[in-house]
Design a protein around this ligand. Structure first.
Ligand SMILES: Nc1ncnc2c1ncn2[C@@H]1O[C@H](COP(=O)(O)OP(=O)(O)O)[C@@H](O)[C@H]1O
Ligand SMILES: [Mg+2]
Length: 257
C-alpha cells in the first residue's frame, strides 16, 4: 500500500542552518531499491546534512523525504525502522564492549535481547570482529571501529543502509573486505547509499551516482551515463581506467575562472 520502488525519494529539499549557511538548495534525488548508490561531492557540499535530514538528526527547512514510501514527517517511526546509519564520526562509547554497543542499539528498535544477542554475534563475526566482541572498544583500530559501526547499523535489519565516508582512514585490504561483505548484503536485497572520497571505489561499486556541489545536485544517473560525460578528447582512450569518474567529478565540481 505504502510500498515504493524507491528506497529514497527526496523532493525539493532545502536546508539553511541557523548560522545562515544554505547547505542544500532544491535537492531532488531518487534512489531505486537495490544495489549501491554513490553520493559524491567535495567537502562542505552538503552530503552529511542530507544524510542528517534523512535520518532525523537534522531538521530540514523545506521539502519532502520518504524512505520506502514512508514520509519522514508523517511516518517517522516506520521510516526510521527502514534505515541503518553508519555516520561520518565514530560515535559509540569507547568504554563499552562491541557486543554491548550492538545489542544496546537493538533496544532502540524494541528488539528483545534474546533475538539481538545471537544476531549481534553473527554480525560481529561476519565483519571480522569475532575475537574482539568482549574487549573495550577504545582498543579497536580505526578500521575495526568502522566495522563495529556497520554491525550496529545493521542490527535491526534495515532495508536501506547509509554509509557516510565509511572507509576514510581504513587501509586498502580492509576496505576491500568491507565492500565484499556489503556486496553480499546488496545481493540479498539491501540498498546502500554511500558517500566516499575514494572515487575509484565508487566507480567499481555503484550502479548509480549523484554528484552534489555547493548544496545542489549537479548530475545524477547510472554510472555508465556519468562516465560517458568524460571528455575523451582531453585524454587518450588508451585503456587507462579507474580515474574516469574522478575526471568527471573534477570537471563538474571545479570552478572555472
Ligand atoms: N551544524 C551546522 N551548523 C552550521 N553549518 C553547518 C552545520 N553542519 C554543516 N554546516 C555547513 O553546511 C555545509 C554542508 O556541510 P556538510 O553537510 O557537512 O557537507 P559534506 O558532508 O558534503 O562535507 C557546509 O558549509 C558546512 O560548514
Ligand atoms: Mg560529510
Amino acid at each position: 500500500m505504502n510500498e515504493s520502488v524507491y528506497a529514497l525519494e527526496i523532493k525539493n529539499l532545502f536546508k539553511t542552518y541557523s548560522s545562515g549557511t544554505q547547505a542544500l538548495t532544491d535537492v531532488s534525488l531518487f534512489v531505486p531499491a537495490g544495489g549501491f548508490y554513490a553520493l559524491l561531492g567535495p567537502n562542505g557540499a552538503g552530503k552529511t546534512t542530507m544524510i542528517g535530514i534523512i535520518t532525523g538528526l537534522v531538521r530540514k527547512t523545506s521539502g519532502s523525504v520518504a524512505v520506502f514510501g514512508c514520509d519522514i514527517d508523517t511516518d517517522a517511526e516506520k521510516a526510521k525502522a527502514h534505515i541503518g546509519l553508519v555516520g561520518q564520526e565514530v560515535n559509540f562509547n569507547p568504554f563499552e564492549k562491541p557486543i554491548d554497543i550492538v545489542v544496546n542499539q537493538a533496544g532502540y528498535y524494541g528488539i528483545p535481547r534474546s533475538v539481538a544477542l545471537p544476531r549481534a554475534k553473527k554480525l560481529l563475526q561476519d565483519l571480522g570482529l569475532g575475537d574482539k566482541m568482549e574487549e573495550r572498544s577504545f582498543a579497536l583500530s580505526g578500521g575495526m571501529k568502522r566495522r563495529l559501526m556497520i554491525a550496529r547499523g545493521l542490527i535491526h535489519e534495515p532495508r536501506f543502509l547509509i554509509l557516510d565516508e565509511p572507509t576514510s582512514g581504513v587501509d586498502v585490504e580492509l576496505r576491500r573486505s568491507m565492500w565484499e561483505y556489503l556486496r553480499t548484503l546488496t545481493v540479498k536485497g539491501l540498498t546502500i547509499l554511500l558517500t566516499t572520497h575514494y572515487l575509484d571505489e565508487a566507480e567499481q561499486l555503484a550502479s548509480r551516482v549523484a554528484i552534489i556541489n555547493k548544496g545542489a545536485i549537479v548530475v545524477d544517473g547510472t554510472m555508465s551515463e556519468i562516465l560517458a560525460l568524460h571528455d575523451e578528447s582531453e585524454q587518450r582512450a588508451d585503456g587507462f581506467r579507474g580515474g574516469k569518474l574522478e575526471e568527471v567529478f573534477i570537471q563538474l565540481t571545479t570552478e572555472t575562472v
